[in-house]
Write a protein that binds this ligand. Sequence first.
Ligand code: OAD
Ligand code: ZN
Length: 246
Amino acid sequence: MKISNKLIELLDLDCRIAILTGTGVSAESGVSTFRDPDGLWSRFNPAELASMNGFMSNPELVWSWYNYRREIINSVKPNPGHYALAEMQKLFPYYTLITQNVDRLHQSAGSSNVIELHGNIIDNHCVRCEEPFSNEFDLRSKVVPHCKCGGMIRPSVVWFGEMLPDAAIADAYYAAENCDVFFSIGTSAEVFPAANLPHIARSKGAYVVEINPNQTSLSNYADECLRQPSGIAMPELILQLKVKKI
Ligand code: OAD
Ligand code: ZN
């Protein structure tokens, strides 16, 4: 689908840009999304694997599942969509990248100051004293490591029922409230509060663009929908911005 002239015109040097990404951005790298027909939540139960109750009832299962996902994430690389977003950051002085992804592929592609709304899958911390631990554990082991305080060590992702990190959500709301163009890329826009962000941006007058091969609950509210994979649409957008000589 063609990128509109209006969008290319809006994207000037003084344009304030906020971008929300979801697992769709990592799909072309080989990371499973959650809600697509073959997504993680069609094969696994989020209540068992992504909640404190689930962890407390079966810590070995949850720890092994995150290790399985870590092995996949360790073996994949950023795709052209991630690289285009990193390039975009260099072009625009007012630019905020907010992600729901825990895979750190944006950072591997060169993006900096990424707001991680749902934490990340690389780091860990103690459930009891919150002492941080890096990913220093054997990914093949099912044994849940323990902190010296006796608490179990868990992945530093945000689970269902948990609050998002205060600073991350505050920065994300600020960016949404104060942008001229908001991009929602590779997310089903189903999980709150992240899914509020494009609506906040829109209520403040921003132009909202969705990049997603499929319709989502945001589509009817977006000013423009690019029905393409992000690995195609984002490099094309950068190309057009370069032609415009931004
Ligand atoms: P979803 O699986 O809900 O949505 C992924 C979206 O990506 C879908 O709308 C797909 O159509 C789209 N998609 C697939 N391939 C794409 C591609 N190549 N380019 C662009 N879009 C593509 O994943 P999220 O929206 O990320 O939360 O899910 C949000 C949250 O729900 C996750 O952060 C996770 C999950 O439960 C927690 O774990 C707290
Ligand atoms: Zn501890």
